[in-house]
Unconditional design. Structure first.
Ligand SMILES: Cc1ncc(COP(=O)(O)O)c(C=O)c1O
Length: 394
C-alpha cells in the first residue's frame, strides 16, 4: 500500500499552493511528471562533485564511467533488457528519429512498415519519414473510436509478408489505453519483422520487460517517470550491433556508446539513476494498485456527468489514469483555463497524438481536455477534479 503523504513529501514541486489556497494538482502527468527528491539530489550531487568526459586517466572521469555503468544496470532492470543495450539520449523523439535513420539502409521500396492510429506522433512521423526516404509503404492498424482500443481485426491487413517493422504503443498518452504487445509481436514474428514499442506513457504506470514482451526495441523518457528530461532506448543488443547509426569517426565503434552522439548529459543520467532508485523503493505493483483506485474513482465520478464525454476506455482495467474528456458547449482550451483558476493543471489540445485525435473526430475541433494522474495523487485530488468538472455544467 502506498502512503500518499509520505510519497508526496518526496516531490518538492507538489508543495506549490494554487490561487484557491489549496495545493496545486498537477494533473498533467502524461505531459511530464514532477521530479522525485532522489533524482534532484543525484543531478545536483553530480554537478557539485565534479564532472568530466568518460574514459580518462583521472578520478573524476572514472567516477563518471562508474555512474554510467551503474545507471545502465538500473535501466536494464527497469525495462527488462541487457545493460549493453541501453542508449541514453536527449528524449524519446530524438532517439527514435536516430534509429529510423539507421534503418534506412535496411528498408526498400518493396517493404512495408506498420504504424497504429493510437500512437503519439513520435511513434509515427519518424516511420513516415523513413518510408518517404526509402519508398516503403506505411499501413496503419486502426483504432476503435468507441472502445479507445486498437482494432486487432485490422492487424492482418496492416502486417504482411512485406512488413519489415511493426511499431505500437505501450500505452496511449491521449486516452490512457494500455496495449497488450502479444498480438503485435506474434504478427511481426510471423513475417520476420522488427518490433518497436513506444513505452513513454507506460513507464510510470506499469512494469515493462523488453525481453518478456518480445520486442526488439523500446524507447521511453525519464521526465515521464519522475526523473529529468532525458530519453532511453533499449534494444536487442544484436540489432544495435548490426545497424550502423550516424556517428563521428572517433566515437566508439561498438556497444551502446556507438549510438550516443556527442557527449551525454551525465547529470541527466545521474538523475535517471535517482528516479529508478525511488521506483525500486516504492515498487511498481503498489503504484498499479493505487492508480487503479484513482482510475475507478474518476470513472465512477465522471459517468453521471451528462455534459462530460469521456473518450477512450470506460473500464478501469487495461488503462492508465489518463482521461481525455470534452464538455458540452466549452472548448478544451476554455476548460483548461477554468481548471487553472482552481489551481489544477490539465492540458488541452492533441498532445501530439494526431492519429487518435483524428480517429475520434476531435483533431479539428480543438482536441480534448486531458486529465492525467500519477501515483503521487490522492483520491481527494480526483474528487477536486470531479467537482470542477461537475461545476462546469452551469
Ligand atoms: C506516448 C509518448 N510517446 C512519445 C513522446 C515523446 O517523448 P519525448 O518528449 O521524450 O520525445 C511522448 C511525449 O509526450 C509521449 O507521451
Amino acid at each position: 500500500m502506498l502512503d500518499p503523504d509520505r510519497i508526496r513529501s518526496r516531490f518538492p514541486a507538489l508543495r506549490e499552493i494554487g490561487p484557491t489556497g489549496l495545493p496545486v494538482i498537477h494533473a498533467d502527468a502524461p505531459g511530464g511528471t514532477q521530479a522525485v527528491d532522489t533524482a534532484i539530489e543525484a543531478i545536483a550531487g553530480h554537478l557539485r562533485e565534479g564532472s568530466a568526459n568518460q574514459h580518462g586517466a583521472f578520478a573524476v572521469s572514472q567516477r563518471v564511467d562508474r555512474l554510467v555503468a551503474r545507471v545502465r544496470d538500473q535501466v536494464a532492470g527497469f525495462v527488462g533488457t541487457e545493460p549493453d543495450s541501453v542508449v541514453f539520449g536527449p528524449n524519446m523523439t530524438t532517439l527514435t528519429i536516430h534509429l529510423a535513420r539507421a534503418l534506412e539502409a535496411r528498408i526498400g521500396p518493396d517493404d512495408a512498415i506498420a504504424c497504429t492510429r493510437l500512437d503519439h506522433d513520435a511513434n509515427v512521423s519518424p516511420w513516415l519519414t523513413l518510408a518517404a526516404r526509402t519508398g516503403a509503404t506505411v499501413r496503419f492498424i486502426d483504432l476503435d473510436p468507441v472502445s479507445g482500443r486498437l482494432d486487432l481485426g485490422s492487424l492482418d491487413a496492416a502486417i504482411g509478408p512485406d512488413t519489415k517493422l511493426v511499431t505500437f504503443p505501450g500505452a496511449s498518452n491521449a486516452l490512457g489505453t494500455i496495449v497488450d504487445p502479444e498480438p503485435f509481436v506474434t504478427a511481426a514474428r510471423a513475417v520476420g519483422a522488427w518490433t518497436f514499442l513506444d513505452a513513454v506513457h507506460l513507464a510510470p504506470h506499469a512494469p515493462i520487460d523488453r525481453r518478456a514482451m518480445g520486442v526488439d526495441v523500446l524507447a521511453c523518457s525519464a521526465y515521464k517517470f519522475f526523473g529529468p528530461h532525458a530519453g532511453l532506448l533499449a534494444a536487442d543488443p544484436a540489432l544495435l550491433a548490426d545497424l550502423a547509426p550516424d556517428k563521428l569517426r572517433p566515437a566508439p565503434d561498438t556497444g551502446p556508446d556507438r549510438w550516443q552522439t556527442g557527449t551525454a548529459s551525465f547529470e541527466a543520467i545521474a538523475g535517471i539513476g535517482g528516479a529508478l532508485e525511488y521506483l525500486d523503493e516504492v515498487r511498481m505493483d503498489a503504484i498499479v494498485t493505487h492508480e487503479s483506485d484513482l482510475t475507478e474513482r474518476f470513472l465512477s465520478g465522471v459517468a453521471p456527468l451528462r455534459h462530460v464525454q469521456l473518450h477512450g476506455p470506460a473500464e478501469a482495467t487495461g488503462r492508465t489514469p489518463t482521461f481525455a474528456v470534452t464538455l458540452d458547449g466549452l472548448t478544451p482550451t476554455a476548460v483548461a483555463e477554468a481548471f487553472a483558476t482552481h489551481g489544477i493543471n490539465v492540458w488541452a489540445g492533441h498532445y501530439y497524438a494526431l492519429e487518435p485525435m483524428r480517429a475520434l473526430g476531435l483533431l479539428d475541433a480543438g482536441g480534448a481536455v486531458r486529465i492525467g494522474f500519477a501515483h503521487y495523487h490522492r483520491t481527494d485530488d480526483v474528487d477536486r477534479v470531479l467537482e470542477v468538472l461537475a461545476d462546469l455544467t452551469r
